[in-house]
Design a protein around this ligand. Structure first.
Ligand SMILES: Nc1ncnc2c1ncn2[C@@H]1O[C@H](COP(=O)(O)OP(=O)(O)OP(=O)(O)O)[C@@H](O)[C@H]1O
Length: 287
């Protein structure tokens, strides 16, 4: 039987805590058009989320981050230029970057170093990837809301390019080292999501897009012609979108929505869990 986790309140009362999740579990993200639950495995994968403003990208991001926050075998790094979309999870995260490109660069550089060291370790142990209950490697979820802010909006050109290169490297090489990137943008255009970057994301979600071509930029070339376009999703149906995950065929999904109060409650609970249960002896990425 797994041990009962107990938290201590300020007046020293022991409060039993419920079970936790694992980042190796499939992540519940919503329902399909028949009302069936939709889950996606995220370990060893990355997820790209695109769609017009208000299409429900942050809602999906929050559903994924909620699962990761409740997974004590996962650490979090959050980048959110608006600060309020992912801000409620701040106390669960090793690092939280707001609207600062230098901070974003510093964080991604450190993650890149950590990734390289993890591969040194895996090579030394003659292993290929992180596994459940890994003694020394804890998976990291890197969640970015509106990554175009860092890759195309602020700072100098060289800094933006450095950001894009670092992000691309983490997406391309991070999976076996337990680094999961979930990145959202409201600008599904070819300059923000070039094909070479898009194709590195095994899982993709397109919320409502204003054109067939912007939907294709998220889902893949030719999908609109095959009848899969997020342009047909009603603007009055936020959270609905086309998901490409296992199987490769797009699937219509309505994302589970966590309102502010629910998010805050889950985040508080997850932070309590994280403070209560000793984490693995591994240096933190954040300063
Ligand atoms: N799954 C959902 N079910 C019901 N309502 C939703 C859902 N997802 C989003 N909404 C509603 O749509 C609003 C906008 O959602 P959200 O902030 O996730 O969009 P967004 O695409 O991230 O927007 P932006 O690009 O401006 O950040 C939410 O405040 C909420 O009212």
């Amino acid at each position: 039987m797994s041990p009962v986790l107990v938290a201590t309140t300020p007046d020293d009362t022991a409060v039993p805590l419920g079970p936790t999740l694992s980042i190796f579990d499939p992540v519940y993200i919503g329902i399909d058009e028949f009302g069936h639950p939709v889950t996606v495995p995220l370990i060893y994968r990355n997820l790209l989320i695109g769609g017009e403003p208000g299409s429900g990208k942050s809602a999906l991001l929050n559903a994924v981050v909620a699962h990761a926050a409740l997974s004590l075998d996962c650490r979090l790094c959050l980048l959110d230029a608006k600060r309020v979309e992912l801000g409620q999870w701040r106390r669960c995260a090793d690092a939280f970057v707001g609207p600062s490109l230098p901070d974003a660069l510093a964080l991604l550089s450190r993650l890149q170093i950590m990734m390289d060291r993890r591969y040194d370790y895996l090579e030394e142990c003659e292993r290929r990837k992180v596994v459940p209950d890994d003694r020394y490697i804890t998976p990291y979820l890197i969640a970015l809301d509106e990554f175009a802010y860092y890759s195309a909006t602020v700072g100098k050109k060289a800094q933006r390019e450095e950001f894009s290169e670092l992000l691309r490297d983490l997406v391309a090489r991070g999976r076996a080292a337990g680094i999961i990137v979930v990145a959202a943008t409201q600008r599904p255009s070819s300059d923000i999501i070039p094909t070479s970057l898009r194709d590195l994301f095994a899982w993709r979600f397109a919320g409502r897009c204003t054109t067939d071509s912007s939907s294709d930029i998220v889902l893949g070339h030719g999908k609109a012609q095959q009848g899969w376009t997020a342009n047909t999703i009603s603007p009055t149906n936020p959270g609905a979108g086309l998901l490409i995950a296992e199987g490769g065929t797009p699937q219509l999904v309505k994302v589970a929505y966590l309102d502010d109060a629910t998010c805050a409650a889950i985040a508080r609970y997850a932070a309590t869990l994280r403070n209560t249960v000793a984490s693995k002896p591994q240096p933190r990425v954040a300063a």
